[in-house]
Design a protein. Sequence first.
Length: 330
Amino acid sequence: MISPDLPADLRAALARKAEGLSRTDAAQRAGTISQTYRSGGGSNRIRSTDDALAYALARMPGTYAAVAASLNALLENNPAFAPQSLLDVGAGPGTATWAASEAFPSLGRFDLLDANAALRDLALDLARSGPRLASINYLPGDARKLLADASEADVVVASYVINEVGDADRLAFADALWAKTQGALLVIEPGRPAGYGHIIELRARLIGQGAHVVAPCPHDAACPLEAPDWCHFSQRLQRSRAHKHLKGAELPYEDEKFSYVILSRTPVAPRPARVLAQPQITKIAVTAKICGAQGLDIITVPHRDKAAYKRAKKWNWGDAILSGNDALPE
């Protein structure tokens, strides 16, 4: 399992790049870029070196935390998975590539796709600080068009990129991602209803093509949640002083909300139940919303069952609950 915090080499590289940078200017740039992303404008607002750096300083920590949490779920459910090659689609500054290099020592080939020149230049510069990333292959151009000519890879990642694809092209893009996947595909979106909707649409499409869910779902059936509820998770990460300033934040931590799915060419078993919200803990019982093999369930673990209650008190939002010490109560 890997930490949700940026690797030391990456933190140091970003700090060096930020020397002499006006924090006020960077915060303004980051705010404008974030608004553009929320409105569906993608990375069109990132046009200069300073734009790319402001974006990276503000968003890389949260994006990395979400990718790390998702890759940890993949490792938890399939610990033998040892990919040799990575395809990072819509790679931006290379955040997912850094996380994958930490999660999988077996990786030897790193292919990245993105149309934004400023983010691409920053990614290549930062990669020089990662001993294993010095030889990354970063292809310039629209990822949707480049996918056709990209090499297949053992693990394909598309983090925070589906939102930038228009409704008419989204399913074709999902097909293209799957066509390049030899082992596992990880797709991450913002943890909002729209992001969840994109994930569920892609999930259903690719299950129809023979994909198997690795995480977070314990089944390949339709999602049992009904609107206004939606499946998403949260990963806490620590904020540096500079990160707090850029985000206009006071708290020393940030909770990155995200939705994700990991799909595999081969079935993975057993797939654990998943805690879908932070459990409610009282002196009487622990109550938790669980997605299991049979669908959605609200379970209550009473204090009188001391062993089960003690285990349930340790459950957190997003945790996988396997047999054994973390078993659900009978």
